[in-house]
Design a binder for this molecule. Structure first.
Ligand code: DON
Length: 307
């Protein structure tokens, strides 16, 4: 029997299509110019069945959605003690680019805000690895989550790095507080490349499904990260993944999630599925407007809200 999921996804996309509220991210020129009407959704079950509708072939930069995956890689590569010693896990309730660190320890408040993500970036891969090997490890790791080789959108990288003053300030702050011990500009460059990795909505659904499947890619069968790293990552996504919109998200949608400023959004329900949407217009928190609506509809219709 044919699955009803594709029709369901098509109908869901249609229900949000006319909503043109929000705006594309304007602080990265290449993202500001994205077609704001693009719209896609994908759903991947924990046993690897993948369904998608809409603009599924359009590739876009992963942006902040890379953060939970690189956090999982850092936990796998360096262990919990080292990573937690550098980055806290408390929801900040602040914007993604907030400039403050935890009082007393000087750690970034969590790995989902930029300060924490830049620090996380430096903890992926082997200790002392050269920055080129480290970004390779990260791209290979993201590719393993997606089940296919991913690459960097150089135009997005160039566009963001040219204006990354705030992230440079954050990296300098991390260096001054002993959270990173390398040249801050190298950390920002690597982090920006990580954010510029190109994905489709199907890649994102499969990446989320790999988290839902305890770190094993459900289509390739490859073990990507160990289960304890996944549990830690999903917990941080649940509390911090939607920044200053996290409480609203958890009550309305109710699953661990992560958004990105190019308009992607993922959610993972452990033991069940990974979901992803793509729609570039963002709300004031930097979360996709139509993506948030779609997720609310998905988790309500499919009984996925955790509570
Ligand atoms: O660091 C930045 O500002 C971007 N590369 C990523 C920000 C982002 O995606 C925030 N998420 N909504």
């Amino acid at each position: 029997m044919r699955s009803p999921i594709p029709d369901y996804l098509a109908e869901a996309l249609q229900s949000v299509e006319s909503d043109t509220t929000g705006a594309t991210a304007d602080y990265i020129p290449e993202l500001a110019d994205a077609d704001p009407d693009l719209l896609a959704a994908a759903f991947c079950t924990e046993d690897g069945r993948l369904y998608s509708q809409g603009d599924v072939d359009v590739a876009f930069s992963i942006q902040s959605i890379s953060k939970p995956f690189v956090y999982a890689l850092a936990l796998a590569d360096r262990g919990f003690d080292e990573v937690l010693g550098k980055i806290s896990v408390e929801p900040s309730g602040d914007a993604f680019n907030d400039m403050s660190l935890e009082e007393g320890t000087g750690r970034p408040r969590n790995p989902m805000i930029n300060a924490g993500a830049i620090a996380t970036h430096t903890l992926a891969g082997r200790r002392g690895a050269d920055p080129k090997d480290r970004i390779e490890r990260i791209i290979d790791g993201l590719s393993a989550f997606a089940g296919r080789p991913l690459d960097v959108d150089e135009a997005v990288y160039e566009s963001e790095i040219a204006t990354a003053y705030r992230n440079r300030a954050l990296a300098n702050m991390l260096r001054a507080n002993g959270i990173i011990d390398e040249d801050p500009l190298i950390a920002v460059s690597g982090y920006t490349r990580q954010c510029s990795v190109r994905v489709t909505v199907e890649d994102l659904a499969l990446m989320a499904a790999t988290l839902a499947n305890r770190g094993v890619n459900p289509r390739t069968g490859a073990p990507v990260v160990p289960a304890p790293a996944v549990r830690q990552t999903l917990s941080v996504m649940a509390t911090c993944g939607m920044y200053d919109g996290a409480g609203d998200w958890m009550t309305r949608v109710g699953i661990p999630a992560k958004s990105g400023v190019s308009g992607g959004l993922i959610g993972a329900l452990p033991g069940q599925a990974g979901l992803a949407t793509f729609s570039p217009r963002l709300d004031d928190h930097g979360n996709s407007v139509r993506g948030v609506d779609l997720f609310q509809r998905f988790t309500s219709d499919m009984g996925m809200h955790l509570m």
